[in-house]
Write a new protein. Structure first.
Length: 196
């Protein structure tokens, strides 16, 4: 019998569709590449990556660094703006906050979540584009390399638990913007291992 790839994994899952009494069974596929333990993510000690989850009300950030003991969290939090503030005021606050983070932590790479929006809310994509733009502007002004990480289909709880496990945190990172930003930084560390 094959062992599951991780403790919480099951070989199959049974789900019910929207029609009554119709059962659908799905099988998980096994990855051909095993994930590396957190301590072996990139081979370059001292590599710092800043992950940013853009948002007009709350922009999450997380800065990770590699070292001899593995990956450690340098800083994480949220750049908050007032919901009733004008758009240009919010964008200025996000830009100033990201510039301060870049000055304080001097990362080698900034990873920003890819733009997404539901077709029913096209205005959201436009507003998120503004937020991403000022983050890219701050990174360009500091000469920091930028990368885009696609957004995934994982739930907020899955992302929080995954980041907690990967970074060996005592509790899941909260709010979800911080968890998203830390997951983006982990993606950046994983991809930048031999590239920078």
């Amino acid at each position: 019998m094959r062992r599951p790839c991780c403790a919480w994994s099951r070989r199959w899952r049974s789900r019910t569709t929207s029609r009554p009494f119709t059962r659908t069974t799905t099988f998980r596929t096994r990855s051909s590449r095993r994930s590396r333990p957190p301590s072996s993510l990139p081979s370059r000690p001292g590599l710092r990556v800043l992950g940013v989850d853009p948002g007009l009300i709350a922009t999450g950030y997380g800065c990770l660094e590699t070292g001899p003991a593995g990956v450690s969290v340098i800083d994480s939090g949220v750049i908050a703006t007032a919901p009733d503030a004008a758009l240009e005021g919010r964008l200025h606050a996000i830009h100033a906050g990201v510039r301060a983070l870049l000055d304080q932590h001097a990362p080698s790479l900034v990873v920003v979540e890819d733009l997404y929006a539901e077709y029913r809310f096209p205005r959201t994509a436009i507003l998120m584009g503004h937020a991403r733009g000022v983050i890219y502007l701050a990174a360009a002004q500091r000469g920091v390399e930028r990368a885009i990480a696609a957004n995934g289909a994982a739930s907020k709880g899955q992302v929080e638990r995954g980041v907690q496990m990967r970074l060996r945190l005592p509790c899941p990172p909260r709010p979800s913007h911080v968890a998203d930003a830390l997951s983006l930084a982990l993606i950046g560390l994983s991809r930048a291992g031999g590239r920078l």
